[in-house]
Every structure is written in C-alpha cells, then in structure tokens.
Design a protein around this ligand. Structure first.
Ligand code: FAD
Length: 351
C-alpha cells in the first residue's frame, strides 16, 4: 500500500509536468454544480492525456485503495464531481483530441474530454449535425454527457445521449482498458457493453474515447414560442404539432409561468417576446429540408392552433438572432441560483 504522496511521486515518473496540479492550482478551482462558489476539496488533480496514462493511474490507485473522483466539464447539476480532501481528482480536460471524422460512416471519434460545442462545430463545418444540444455546451465534455446520459433540447426527436453513442472505450477501476469502439448503427453481435457506462456517472469506469453518430445537417430551421392556458392544451398542442409537422418537430420545451417570468424579468420590456402572464409557454422547433416551404407550413400549423384557441399567442423567429433570443430564455436555468436554496431534480413523468 502506497501513501498519497508516494502515489504522486510514482505518477510524476511517467506524466508530464502539466499533468499533476497541486496547491493554489487546485484550491482555486470550483467543485462543480451550479453553486460555483464552492471550491474543490481534493488537494491534487491528475490530468492525463492518454488512455495508457489513465490506466496506469487507476491501476496504482486501485492497489493502494486510493479513492478518486472524475471531473469532466463540471457542469453536472447534481454534485457528482464533489470531492473530499483524501480523494484524488482525475480530470479529462486534456484528453480532448479529435481522432477521426468519417463523412461516409457519419461518425466522429474523439477523446472524452472534448467539449460538446467542439463536436457540434466540427459536425457543422462538415455539413453534418451532432444533435445533442444543451445550455452548458461550451463547457461540458462529451464524456460527461455520456456519463450522465444527457437529454438536451432535441431529445424528443433524436433521443438521449445513448442514441448518439456508437462505441466507446473505458478504463475500469483496476486499470483494465475495455475497448468497444463500434462504428456502425446496426450491431447485433451480442452484449453491448458500452451501455453499462452510459448514464452511470463514472461508477463503473472512466470513459476515455468514443464514437459518436452524426446526422445529415437540416436545410431548414423554424422556431416559435407559444403561450397556452393550461397543461391539457400543452398536451393537445404537442400531439397536433408533432403529427402536422410530419416528423420534423425537433424540440418541444415547456416552461411554466414562474420560470418564464423569472428569466424575462431581467430583460428590457421591449425585448420580451410574449407577455409574462400566461400559465404555460412552449418553445417549439422544426428541422426540415426546404426553408421556404417548411416556414410556410410551420406558420400555418401555428395559425390553425391560434384560430382554434388551442394556443393563446405565438411569436416566430425570423432570423438567427431572434432564434437565439428565444432559445436563450429556455437555456437560462442559471437564473434559478438567484433564489437559494435551489433543489435540482431531473425527473421523467408519463403524461
Ligand atoms: C446551463 C445547463 C444546462 C443543462 N441542460 C441540460 C439538459 O438540457 N439536459 C440534460 O440532460 N442535462 C443538462 N445539464 C446537465 C448536464 O448533465 C451536464 O451539463 C453535462 O452532461 C455534464 O457534462 P460535464 O462534462 O460537465 O460533466 P461533469 O459535471 O464534470 O460530471 C458529471 C458526472 O459524470 C462523471 N463524469 C464526467 N466525465 C466522465 C467520464 N469521462 N467518464 C466517466 N464519468 C465521467 C462525473 O464524475 C460526474 O459524476 C445542464 C447543465 C447546465 C449547467
């Protein structure tokens, strides 16, 4: 059994200088979660660059019963990245290499510390789309998205992170490297071990690399914010809009009055898209193949709903900046931290 300082000495024998952080380099860092004023408790952060380095670290920690905590982009909302003084933090922030972009197989292969936004932008540069999207896109890591099985804004059409992972590699607690870098959508070759690491928050191993599934980039995008009177109307609106948009609906994000009021309350009156006194708001978006036709159709579906009084008011984004302004309302969950204490829940309910 080796002490923590003995382990650090051993790690220094094969890691580069920037891989081991101690002292002020660690204490000034956030512990993660929305209350970012809480600082990290662990005294050491290890930042490997390769799977081999990580495997050696884990193997040594395992032999010495040294507990560890995994850090991705630290945007998780349920404090899975909190540490204690005796734990070692392993951060994936330097494991951020893109290994391959395959436009025929429609995949990106990368290390797990790559940010979601990097993946999205890389897909866009290649006229493709990576469908997972969420407010923390600029900071969260793809490994963290996998470990939390993130849902995001387009979950209703493209599913959760699980549906965008074709293969992955993970290192188990004893340093064993488990590689399942499948690149195909159809694979019925038996046990699908990657599923064990998706949504299990690092409890079964550290995800080091992954193969992500890309989709063809949409050629049209239409976004609207609508106001409704009650939950029953919200449910009927979902059914109608989904069937009338013929499979193009890509987002249906419901916001309760309290949330909407809180977010737009900090804005100029003239920039508030809909009056803040409706009980429910829905941000609805469609991704399709023909901007002019799809826009006409999107408008006519919402007009019908207005005429039948199913929805009470609506505003459509006419430019990218208007679209971003509507999405900024949905994404602004951080406003909630102004009202402490905050309790975070992520529950699914049948409707
Ligand atoms: C503004 C905002 C909006 C959000 N919106 C959504 C949303 O719409 N839908 C949704 O589902 N979630 C949402 N989230 C939460 C979301 O789960 C996280 O943002 C993201 O998926 C976590 O990634 P991360 O890299 O920051 O992980 P971290 O916060 O660093 O870690 C999260 C957990 O995963 C573990 N972990 C991290 N990396 C790895 C790895 N490589 N291998 C094994 N375990 C690992 C950590 O130990 C921890 O338990 C939002 C968060 C914020 C701040």
């Amino acid at each position: 059994m080796v002490s923590q300082s003995g382990l650090i000495e051993f790690f220094a024998s094969f890691l580069d200088e920037g891989a081991i952080l101690q002292g002020e380099d660690v204490s000034g860092r956030t512990a993660g979660g929305l209350h970012t004023e809480e600082n990290i408790q662990a005294k050491v952060i290890l930042r490997p660059k390769t799977t081999e380095e990580l495997s050696k670290i884990l193997s040594a920690c395992h032999e010495s019963n040294q507990p560890i905590v995994v850090h991705g982009g630290l945007t998780g909302l349920v404090y899975g990245t909190r540490s204690t003084q005796d734990q070692l933090v392993i951060s994936l922030e330097r494991m951020n290499q893109i290994e391959d972009v395959d436009l025929i197989g429609r995949t990106i292969t990368c290390q797990s510390g790559t940010t979601l936004q990097t993946i999205q932008e890389l897909a866009e540069e290649n006229n493709m789309m990576f469908p997972l999207d969420l407010g923390a896109r600029g900071s969260c890591s793809i490994g963290g998205n996998i470990a939390t099985n993130a849902g995001g804004n387009r979950v209703i059409r493209y599913g959760m992170m699980r549906d965008s992972v074709l293969g992955l590699e993970a290192v188990l607690a004893d340093g064993t490297v488990l590689t399942s870098m499948n690149t195909m959508i159809k694979n019925n070759a038996g046990y699908d071990l990657k599923q064990l690491f998706i949504g299990t928050e690092g409890t079964l191993g550290i995800i080091t690399r992954c193969v992500l599934r890309l989709r063809e980039a949409p050629l049209s995008q239409n976004t609207g914010l609508v106001a409704l009177e009650n939950l029953d109307s919200v449910i009927r609106f979902l059914k109608i809009v989904d069937s009338k948009l013929g499979g193009n609906m890509s987002a249906f994000e419901v916001m309760w009055n309290e949330f909407y009021k809180m977010v737009v309350g900090s804005k100029e009156q003239s920039s508030i898209p809909l009056a803040p006194d409706y009980p429910y708001y829905v941000l609805v978006e469609a991704l399709g193949s023909d901007q002019i036709k799809d826009e006409d159709h999107f408008e006519s579906v919402l007009s019908e709903c207005l005429e039948s009084s199913l929805i009470k008011d609506a505003v459509l984004a006419k430019s990218d900046s208007e679209r971003q302004a509507l999405w900024a309302i949905r994404d602004d969950v951080e406003q909630q931290t102004n009202y402490k204490p905050t309790f975070m829940y992520d529950v699914s309910l049948p409707i």
